[in-house]
Structures are given as structure tokens and as C-alpha cells.
Design a protein around this ligand. Structure first.
Ligand SMILES: Nc1nc2c(ncn2[C@@H]2O[C@H](COP(=O)(O)OP(=O)(O)OP(=O)(O)O)[C@@H](O)[C@H]2O)c(=O)[nH]1
Ligand SMILES: [Mg+2]
Length: 403
């Protein structure tokens, strides 16, 4: 009986032990199930890459916002070079930023979108009225903002363009610093994806003002105007392009509407240089705006053979028929309605032009001198083609210029 009850005791104790063990084990599994999941998430290589990127991006010292007056560089102006405190901070943090960018590239690669870092460059002159809209539009871009840098060159402006630009850049910077740091759920990290990598504002005057009685579009002022524009774009490019940039988007300040998905859609075409069709619209009408996106024709090439080498051609002037085929006239051509229908081009305008950074690095600039009868943006395309790169246009994909 005693043995029997001992046996019973042992069986009961064993049963009790296993019951307690099972209860303990199941409570361990059920209670912290969510934290187990988080643990799993955190150890995922992609997640840790995001986390370290955003921890760095939320560090206020990592902010890059520069304002540099370049007028002293060529001695044409005697105003002193001016850079604010954060320029120093930026320099001090350049090494940490570099490692951040390496992680970003890694992150994008892991994500399956190996598109890289884009530098959006905009020259501005007397453009204060466009700046708020400009920022509202770039902020709406759906491409990850930490892979976007903004660069501006302001010239010959007396309307407060540079002050307004600095104010908007500062606002962006403040928003970024206020962004909450990463929580355990990782939710707040989304705010960092909305922060641009850097904003750089350069200033250089060319003392170029159109005589008050001259129409800025008049044929006889085009060459001087385009020459200054070419120098402005080259100056901005050489000041802002760094080794981290994979793409350059040239975006004029008076391009006021474009798709939020512009960057990823143009990048996905994977062309050395690509331009959407730049139109204007009113409330009930629309039409072609940028006539500088075009193809040469047999007639245009034959015509150029009759010209002296230094003769510059520009489009859109009845006094000069060039025989080119303009992209503004190619929309829905031959019943092509595909948004991404692409045509090879021989020249581009600068309203909205995506260029692989290597095209610039390898020598394509905006010639301020006649190059194959072209200057500035059309000259850029001609140079890129001479370097062996391909230039393409999207006749059905529209962006809109201010009218
Ligand atoms: N930095 C700089 N920017 C300029 C200069 N001239 C024009 N811009 C800017 O360069 C971009 C293109 O110039 P626009 O004057 O719009 O050229 P456009 O589109 O051919 O001419 P519009 O038909 O009048 O718009 C705009 O963002 C201008 O604000 C200049 O001399 N220096
Ligand atoms: Mg314009």
C-alpha cells in the first residue's frame, strides 16, 4: 500500500512536473510572441541596415545644408566667400555620411531597386514666385528622399530668390531635425525617408540683365542668354556633383507640374539621358513648350553643311528654319499611346532631363561655345552622343512648364 502510494506519489509528482513544465513553456511562448517577432525582424540584415541608416539620419549633426557665394572665385566679384556653421559640421561629418551612403546603396540593392542617389539641379534667376511650388513638388516625389540631393545656383536676382531658397531649405532642415527617432516598432523611421539627403545653394552673378526693351525670347538675344545659361549649369554641376551621385536630374524652376513617380519611372528606362515631353496647359487647353528636344533629319543635316562652323542654331524662330523634328510634335505619333514609348533624340532642353552621372563625369557639359551648331542643353546632348551615349525622349510622358 505504502509502495503503491509512493508509486502514486511519484507518478503524481511526475505528472505535476510535466504539467508545470508545459504550462511554463507555453506561457513563455505565448506572452512574448510579439517581441520574439521583433527580435526576428531586427536580426534581419535589411532591417538592421534601415535602422542604422535612420539612426544616423536623425542625428542633427548629419544634416547637410550649404550656402556658398562663389562670386569671388574668378575675381569677377569681390564679395567674400560665405559659409555658415553647418558647412563646417557637414565637413566634420563627411566620413560618417559616407558610410551612411554606402549603407543606403546596400539598402536599395537589398530592396530590389538598385536605382541609386539622384542629384536634382536647378538654376534660378529672379524666381522667388516659383520656390514654394518647387519644394511642394519635389517633396511629393515618391522616390526615397534620403536618396535625393538638391542643388541650386542663384544668379543676378534682386527679388529675394536666395533668401526664399534659404528659408525653404532651413524649413526642410528643421523638419528633419524634429523627426522622432526610431522606436522599437520602427514606425517613425518613415519620417527619415521623407528627408532629403542634402540641400546646397550656390550663388554666382554674371551681371547679365536683358535691356528693358528687349524680349527675352527675341532671336538676337538668344545666344548671349544661352551662353550665360550654359555657364550657370556648368558652374552648378561642378559645384554640386560628388562621387555619391548616380543620376542628375536637371529641373527648371518654372516646371510646375510633373508626376510624383517621375524619378523611378525615368530611371527605370535605364537610358544615359532621357527627357519627358514638356508641355504647357491652361484650364482647357494645352500645347508643346520645350522645343529643344528634337531629332535631326536629312534636311536639317544637309542645311548644317551649308553653315559656317560657328553658326549657332536655335529652335522656334520663323526667321530660322532648321528642319528638325521636334518632340512636342511626336505625342501619340503613329497611334503610339504607351506612356513609356521612347524615341531617340539628338538634342534636349533643360526643363526636365535625367542624365546618368557618368555621362557628365566622362565629359559631357553644357558648351557655352558653338558645338556642332549648338550651345547649352542641345550642345550637352550632342556632346553626350559624341562620347557614345544614347539620348532618348518620351513623347507621351508629360511635364508642364509655367505659362
Ligand atoms: N543661375 C541662373 N539661372 C538662370 C539664369 N537664367 C535663367 N535661369 C533659370 O534657369 C531655368 C531656365 O531658364 P528659363 O528662363 O526658364 O529658360 P526657358 O525655359 O528657356 O525660358 P522661358 O520660356 O522664359 O521659361 C529657370 O529655372 C530660370 O530661373 C541665369 O542667368 N542664371
Ligand atoms: Mg523656363
Amino acid at each position: 500500500m505504502l509502495i503503491k502510494s509512493r508509486l502514486q506519489f511519484i507518478i503524481a509528482a511526475a505528472l505535476g512536473y510535466f504539467t508545470l513544465y508545459w504550462l511554463f513553456k507555453s506561457s513563455l511562448l505565448s506572452l512574448p510572441l510579439s517581441s520574439f517577432k521583433i527580435q526576428q525582424c531586427r536580426s534581419h540584415p535589411l532591417w538592421s541596415s534601415i535602422a542604422s541608416t535612420h539612426f544616423k539620419k536623425d542625428d542633427p549633426n548629419a544634416v547637410a545644408y550649404t550656402y556658398i557665394n562663389m562670386n569671388d572665385k574668378d575675381g569677377s566679384h569681390n564679395s567674400s566667400r560665405y559659409s555658415e556653421d553647418w558647412t563646417e559640421k557637414q565637413k566634420n561629418n563627411s566620413s560618417s555620411q559616407q558610410s551612411t551612403h554606402q549603407q543606403q546603396h546596400h539598402l536599395v540593392h537589398n530592396d530590389g531597386n538598385d536605382f541609386g542617389h539622384v542629384l536634382i539641379l536647378t538654376p534660378f534667376k529672379q524666381s522667388v514666385q516659383f520656390i514654394d511650388r518647387y519644394f511642394d513638388n519635389v517633396k511629393r516625389l515618391t522616390y526615397p528622399h534620403h536618396l535625393i540631393s538638391l542643388g541650386f545656383l542663384v544668379s543676378d536676382s534682386t527679388d529675394g530668390t536666395i533668401e526664399k531658397l534659404r528659408e525653404r531649405a532651413q524649413l526642410e532642415m528643421d523638419t528633419r531635425q524634429q523627426a522622432p527617432s526610431l522606436s522599437s516598432s520602427g514606425e517613425e523611421s518613415v519620417s527619415s525617408w521623407n528627408s532629403f539627403d542634402s540641400i546646397s545653394i550656390f550663388q554666382k552673378d554674371y551681371q547679365y540683365d536683358l535691356p528693358a526693351n528687349e524680349d527675352r525670347h527675341a532671336f538676337n538675344v538668344q545666344i548671349t542668354r544661352r551662353n550665360i545659361m550654359a555657364k550657370s549649369r556648368n558652374t552648378l554641376l561642378s559645384a554640386a556633383l560628388t562621387e555619391k551621385h548616380d543620376w542628375v536630374l536637371w529641373l527648371d524652376g518654372d516646371v510646375i507640374e510633373y508626376p510624383e513617380t517621375l524619378l523611378e519611372e525615368l530611371m527605370a528606362m535605364d537610358k544615359d539621358m532621357i527627357v519627358p515631353n514638356c508641355y504647357w496647359h491652361s484650364y482647357n487647353e494645352e500645347g508643346g513648350y520645350d522645343k529643344n528636344n528634337w531629332q535631326e533629319t536629312e534636311e536639317s543635316l544637309a542645311f548644317q553643311k551649308t553653315l559656317p562652323e560657328d553658326q549657332v542654331l536655335v529652335e522656334g524662330y520663323p526667321e530660322l528654319i532648321t528642319h528638325r523634328k521636334l518632340m512636342i510634335d511626336m505625342r501619340f505619333e503613329n497611334n503610339q499611346t504607351d506612356l513609356f514609348y521612347a524615341v531617340p533624340l539628338d538634342a534636349v532642353g533643360g526643363t526636365c532631363t535625367l542624365v546618368k552621372a557618368k555621362v557628365h563625369r566622362n565629359g559631357a557639359i553644357f558648351p557655352p561655345f558653338p558645338y556642332q551648331h549648338q550651345v547649352e542643353t542641345e550642345g550637352l546632348a550632342k556632346m553626350a552622343k559624341a562620347l557614345g551615349y544614347e539620348v532618348w525622349g518620351l513623347p507621351n510622358y508629360l511635364v508642364y512648364h509655367y505659362i
